[in-house]
Design a protein around this ligand. Structure first.
Ligand SMILES: Cc1cc2nc3c(=O)[nH]c(=O)nc-3n(C[C@H](O)[C@H](O)[C@H](O)COP(=O)(O)O)c2cc1C
Length: 142
């Protein structure tokens, strides 16, 4: 089983978490560009996003809306600086409404690109270790 870790990242925080998830699960990484990337049939999927205005980033919303989640086992994560709002709930509800199953959710602090004192230095080593152990647990639920 080789999960695919789909992620979007503008300043590298979500990418760091995606890499930790990927290494922990021996998965492959795929950056979300346009929203139309295909899911690999039969493989579990992780989807990671930065929080933008309390929701997933736009390319990630498009990616989730435009894919067929029927029968797909997924897990969702986000990085945020202060308050993630309804980001993870939005992802879970959309995926499940479309027939997918969400096996786990994780939120990780990520330094703010504009307000430097918000979540300074995050994600740090501990965050990445936590993400790795979360990812391994998720895979056991598949
Ligand atoms: C346009 C914009 C909107 C953001 N909105 C939120 C928000 O609503 N809540 C929050 O906690 N962080 C917010 N942030 C901070 C990011 O979610 C955080 O820095 C994240 O880790 C960035 O991930 P990235 O480096 O993968 O792009 C926002 C950042 C940007 C640039």
């Amino acid at each position: 089983m080789r999960p695919v870790v789909f992620y979007y990242s503008e300043t590298g925080n979500t990418e760091k978490v995606a890499r930790a998830v990927c290494e922990a699960t021996d998965g492959s990484m795929k950056r979300i560009e346009t929203g139309a990337e295909d899911l690999v049939e039969g493989e579990p999927v992780f989807v990671g996003t930065p929080v933008h205005a309390f929701k997933p980033a736009k390319p990630v919303m498009r990616f989730i809306k435009e894919n067929d989640w029927d029968g797909v086992k997924a897990a969702v994560f986000c990085t945020y600086s202060l308050y993630p709002g309804k980001t993870l709930r939005w992802m879970r509800e959309r995926i499940e409404r479309d027939g997918g199953e969400v096996l786990g959710e994780l939120k990780v602090k990520g330094r703010h690109p504009v307000v430097p004192f918000l979540a300074r230095g995050r994600p740090d080593e501990r965050d990445l270790e936590k993400a790795a152990s979360w990812a391994r647990k998720v895979l056991k639920r598949v």
